[in-house]
Design a protein around this ligand. Sequence first.
Ligand SMILES: [Zn+2]
Length: 346
Amino acid sequence: MVCAHHHLYSSLARGMPGPEAPPLSFLGILESIWWKLDQALDLETIYWSAKLGALEALETGTTCIIDHHESPNAVEGSLSVIAEACTEVGVRVNTCYGITDRHPASNFPPKSMTEGARRGIEENRRFLSEGGKGMVGLHAAFTCSDETLAHAASLAKEFNVGIHTHVAEGKIDMAAAERLNSLSQDDWILAHGVHLENEHGLQGTIIHNPRSNMNNSAGYAKPKRFSNPVGLGTDGIGADMIDEFRLGYARLRENDVTESPQTIWEMLEINAGLFPESQQDIVTWSYPNMDPWHLAFSLGVKPRDIVVAGKEVMKDGVVMTVDVDEIRSKAAEAASKLFKKLDELS
Ligand SMILES: [Zn+2]
């Protein structure tokens, strides 16, 4: 299994102090929750967040993660910390730093490239030039100036990788298609696409994130309407791809009673193409029939044995690479440190 859009930095977010008043819009959710969380991260909390996220991916049979990272107060070195944490667990990761002009907030909406975006570009460049497996990350067009979008696209070309970005997740980003049209390429990853027109003109793979879209009241993306390939992601809510498949199917069927689980299953096949190394990994499942019609109605299917790149990383349901209890307790300590920082920020 491959998670085609993840945010490993959000693994410690569960139970975090909530906003004083419930946010009423998509931008409100971003400003009062996620853009606070990313500001509170340092390299230590990024490490434990990534390690917990990687462990939980493995525990659900996901051996490959396509990650999108942001930590504006700990940019330099952050991608290497994530890669290191995943390697220790035995999970493959493709990561990137989400370049954005939204810091400082006074610059929003952005007109020209900021120092923050420059630091993001440099972190992507540093990681890729040191041989890191990654893409060039962009937060989303609506938090970037045209100058920044153009710089990110040329960096991606320089390293022969795609851009990984959010696209039209909320109505606030509806101009994304027009602004990215002349830049996008086949190897881009376009997360969400909820508010894209059917014929939006962007090249790349659209990643459907059904649970996150429902959680943020973003709307239903109706993923079958696109001519682009469509993959499946979690947008940071774990990396349990069978669970996301099951939910994606329920949402699809709610919208069209003639639909089949095969439609969402095909998204997992698109994911595998985005992370070809996944084909070398072997997962043995607790359920004997991995047919979409079975899995859509079989809850709690788990991996039993996992081999990644020839190495046994799980045997009889036990993770062999790391001390699972230690990761959970260190992640809990890191989470309380993070929540304290969040309190100070609000
Ligand atoms: Zn996302």
